[in-house]
Design a protein around this ligand. Structure first.
Ligand SMILES: Nc1nc2c(ncn2[C@@H]2O[C@H](COP(=O)(O)OP(=O)(O)OP(=O)(O)O)[C@@H](O)[C@H]2O)c(=O)[nH]1
Ligand SMILES: [Mg+2]
Length: 331
């Protein structure tokens, strides 16, 4: 699992930022050698302080929000579904633009103040600076709100490693998925957050000599016919596609799970349709209780351990075929 944590800052609204900047400026008062000198020094300091507060904040956002396409911990497709990549890039771009504009506005204003010899004009330059700063912030107020929303959504992105071949387990409730994931995992599987679901997804690891694979159980997501899904559930399922390199569909021919084989076969068909292009391994669970006798399927029992090695080998064989674009372990 990707252990990198992102310190994405809280994004202030345009109003909050302006308040912070102007409030700081309002406290500044510097004595000079005469009235004009005092005025100049004070206004120069006010403009510098308020300008810096804004550019520091905006620059920080631009720097600390993840670059999705360059950051290997993010799946651009998933981020696109959850956040909207276009808008994300547009908003970060707008904030960057405003940061540069602010810097220029500050430099220009400071120059004009230094040149001026009239306290009234200095005050009016300051007034203009505040006005232009406010309108600049107004122009990116929606982008700032959007980025704050993104910050919240980033927290719910699944913490799975996009660069590790991943097996996703599917099948009706009670067919024995969780037991299987536990037996195949080298350590106790962990629950990772997943957007759209409160249950999260369960992530374990399979060790294969020098390589490691992820094995994921998805409670409530791939355990019903896709045609019965509402829009939000469908989004969650489509997003899963980007995590799935190989799928393992578990059938329970003993039907002790409470679903007959006809229903289970329908689910299999719907998964095959929904996950076209993804290699699917079909296996039958609970062989300690019942075997269907179908020669094409691996039968196993997570309870007694029967055939677990055969299943592991079959799964690893498929996962070994997965070649990822950025495979850190590959020479
Ligand atoms: N006899 C037998 N029972 C099993 C086996 N594997 C799982 N079970 C039982 O089947 C039930 C469901 O197992 P789970 O692994 O929780 O099934 P699941 O598919 O994860 O269920 P959901 O999380 O509800 O979707 C439990 O009562 C298990 O004890 C097996 O190999 N043999
Ligand atoms: Mg389960």
């Amino acid at each position: 699992m990707a252990e990198k944590t992102y310190r994405i800052p809280t994004v202030l609204t345009a109003e909050e930022l302006l308040d912070k900047a102007f409030h700081r400026a309002s406290k500044i008062s510097i004595k000079g050698t005469n009235f004009l000198d005092g005025k100049k020094k004070t206004v120069l300091a006010k403009v510098t302080a308020s300008g810096d507060i804004i550019t520091d904040a905006l620059g920080g956002y631009v720097e600390k929000f993840p670059r999705i396409e360059k950051d290997e911990d993010f799946l651009p497709e998933l981020v696109d579904i959850i956040i909207g990549l276009d808008q994300y890039k547009k908003s970060l771009g707008a904030v960057n633009w405003a940061c540069n504009r602010m810097e220029k506005l500050k430099t220009e204003t400071l120059r004009n103040i230094r040149r001026s010899k009239d306290p009234e004009i200095i005050d009016s330059i300051r007034g203009q600076f505040y006005g232009r700063t406010s309108s600049l912030m107004g122009q990116i107020s929606k982008d700032l709100l959007f980025l704050q929303e993104c910050k919240n959504k980033f927290r719910n992105l699944p913490s799975v490693d996009a660069n590790v071949p991943t097996l996703v387990v599917a099948g009706f409730p009670n067919v024995g998925k969780s037991n299987l994931v536990t037996v195949l995992s080298s350590a106790t599987p962990e629950i990772a957050p997943y957007p759209f679901t409160t249950k999260g997804i369960i992530v374990g690891h399979i060790d294969d000599e020098w390589r490691k694979y992820q094995i994921i159980d998805t409670p409530g997501l791939l355990d019903r016919d896709l045609s019965e899904r509402n829009d939000i559930e469908m989004q969650a399922i489509l997003a899963l596609k980007y995590l799935t390199h190989v799928m393992l569909v578990v059938l329970d021919p003993s039907e002790t799970c409470g679903y007959d084989m006809e229903k289970q076969m329908k689910l299999l068909t719907s998964l095959q349709k929904g996950f076209k292009g993804v290699p699917i391994i079909v296996a039958e669970s609970k062989c300690d209780v019942f075997k269907s006798g179908n020669p094409d399927r691996i039968v196993f029992s997570a309870k007694t351990g029967e055939n677990m090695e055969t299943l592991r080998t079959a799964v690893i064989e498929e996962l070994r075929k997965i070649r990822l674009e950025i495979a850190p372990d590959e020479e």
